[in-house]
Design a protein around this ligand. Structure first.
Ligand SMILES: CC(C)(COP(=O)(O)OP(=O)(O)OC[C@H]1O[C@@H](n2cnc3c(N)ncnc32)[C@H](O)[C@@H]1OP(=O)(O)O)[C@@H](O)C(=O)NCCC(=O)NCCS
Length: 208
């Protein structure tokens, strides 16, 4: 689809390396010195939980400037049911084009497509400042807890949006991050050696 001056389309095999380069430069030194997201996306594309129909890239003037992807996972409900949901990310926009509205366009487009495919809710870790504008709220308000997080810990990083109104009505339980997101630092290091050198920096804003 074309919105303003960008095109959002499904990722194809020829995009893979360019997308990994984009993800690497976009996440570099944001949450930790260096980053692992380019390796995570590399691994997740082959994961059975990966949703190929929701693997989007953004093009502008012939260049890839953004990407977003989704994975299937479950909420382990307190009543014993497994509730199918989606999780999302990595999502990114190229450094020189951040804060121009492209991220929100990509996010809203992706969520609309996820809803069209019949998915009921999306949950993940993120900043309410960005995701709140697209209808996300704290997962705690839906009665959904983050796996392995002590009850009194701050869970404001853990967000949720229903794609079908009322999908989580009557559901309380624990959200599980798909296993594919957990990668070994040593595998990240090795994968990263195949990319141009960038300096790792320790910054006060990083969370890890
Ligand atoms: C997060 C990201 C995808 C947002 O894309 P973007 O194109 O820069 O965002 P938009 O311009 O569409 O932002 C829309 C609104 O969301 C809010 N917002 C955007 N980025 C934000 C941030 N990092 N923190 C808080 N609020 C943010 C702002 O209110 C913004 O509107 P404003 O610029 O008029 O104030 C992009 O900044 C990025 O690639 N970041 C690095 C990778 C990353 O952290 N990905 C998310 C992992 S959870």
């Amino acid at each position: 689809m074309n919105i303003n001056d960008i095109t959002i389309r499904l990722e194809n095999k020829n995009d893979h390396r360019k997308v990994e380069e984009l993800v690497r430069t976009s996440f570099w030194n944001v949450y930790r010195p260096g980053c692992s997201e380019h390796y995570v996306i590399h691994v997740l594309r082959d994961d059975p939980a990966f949703v190929r129909e929701l693997d989007f890239v953004v093009e502008k003037d012939g260049s890839l400037i953004g990407q977003n992807m989704f994975m299937k996972t479950v909420i382990e409900a307190d009543d014993g049911r497994n509730i199918d949901v989606l999780t999302m990310g990595p999502i990114c926009i190229a450094n020189d084009l951040k804060r121009r509205g492209y991220g929100k366009l990509l996010l809203d487009f992706s969520l609309e497509k996820a809803a069209e495919l019949g998915f009921g809710a999306v949950l993940f870790e993120g900043n309410i400042g960005f995701y709140g504008k697209s209808g996300f709220d704290y997962s705690s308000r839906f009665g959904i807890r983050y796996h392995d997080l002590p009850e009194d810990a701050d869970s404001s990083f853990f967000l949720c949006k229903e794609l079908k109104k009322g999908y989580l009505d009557g559901v309380t339980g624990v959200y599980q991050t798909p296993q594919g997101y957990y990668v070994d630092d040593s595998d990240v290091e090795e994968f990263d050696r195949g990319f141009p050198y960038m300096e790792k920096k320790k910054l006060p804003t990083q969370i890890f």
